[in-house]
Design a protein around this ligand. Structure first.
Ligand code: NAD
Length: 254
């Protein structure tokens, strides 16, 4: 269903972004992937998906602009923009490193503004476009020790609504997907910090902290998030805009 469409997925060298890139490729989209990682592994993903890779650092607005220009020049897109790159840091506010705050706001929030502002003119000109932001259950509710992340994700949800209103008559939809805990390296990497911050064992963090919030007691899978992203690209999803769609095993229902 995505033949002839160009998709750019930020942070797609692992986790949710990679699953979204794979799902789009399976539907026939041309892809630009982005993100850090082992060069050989990135080469493998590029050839698997027939994708172009741009290593732009999402904390650098000039690098984002170069990536967006390259996507336009080399692929003629994006028709579909997925703002997915994100990082996390877990610490109480009074010992939260200011440089981590700045990095999280830059990568998880400001990058969404920068990619979107560069992508919208061509989408409007074509009369078709999809912007899909990976927000989080933390765009709706908070958890202690995640001040920057929660602030950034609430920001993404607000930005999504504003952008959707601005392009509502142009054939462009803007939505966010808000997963609960998805089993990726981002979640795995925050286990040691949460163990330290709360004085817990690994098992306690997994069961009493992470899945404590998720009534299904199951991690969301990257493939489930990707399937929703594909649905949002369908013509049948043309009236879904400005929404924040939860996929959190019931977390935010509680
Ligand atoms: P991940 O760590 O597996 O992937 C993050 C991706 O972002 C990687 O490709 C990484 O290289 C890239 N990235 C990191 N910093 C970057 C930078 N400065 N510039 C460019 N790329 C950069 O994590 P994930 O769990 O797949 O997370 C993807 C998104 O999903 C994030 O926005 C995250 O906040 C969100 N999310 C994750 C969960 C979860 O439980 N895993 C839940 C809700 C939301």
């Amino acid at each position: 269903i995505l033949e002839g469409k160009v998709a750019l997925v930020t942070g797609s060298t692992s986790g949710i972004g990679l699953a979204i890139a794979r799902a789009f490729a399976a539907e026939g989209a041309s892809l630009m992937i982005n993100g850090f990682g082992d060069t050989q592994e990135i080469e493998r993903v590029k050839s698997e998906l027939g994708a172009v890779h741009d290593g732009a650092d999402m904390s650098d607005p000039a690098a984002i602009e170069r990536m967006m220009r390259r996507c336009a020049d080399e692929l003629g897109g994006p028709d579909i923009l997925v703002n997915n790159a994100g990082i996390q840091h877990v610490a109480p506010i009074d010992s939260f490193p200011p440089e981590k705050w700045d990095a999280i706001i830059a990568i998880n929030l400001s990058a969404v503004f920068h990619t979107t502002r560069h992508a919208l003119p061509a989408m409007k000109a074509k009369g078709w476009g999809r912007v899909i932001n990976t927000a989080s259950a933390h765009s709706l509710v908070a958890s202690p020790n995640k001040s920057a992340y929660v602030a950034a994700k609430h920001g993404v949800a607000g930005f999504t609504k504003t952008a959707a209103l601005e392009v509502a008559r142009e054939g462009v939809t803007v939505n966010c997907i808000s997963p609960g805990y998805v089993w990726t390296t981002l979640v795995e990497n925050q286990i040691p910090d949460t163990m330290k911050a709360r004085g817990l064992t690994r098992e306690q963090v997994m069961n009493d902290v992470l899945l404590a919030a998720q009534p299904t007691k199951q991690f969301v899978t990257p493939e489930q998030v990707a399937a929703l992203a594909v649905f949002l690209c369908r013509d049948e999803a043309a009236s879904i805009t400005g929404t924040n769609i939860s996929m959190d095993g019931g977390w935010t229902a509680a």
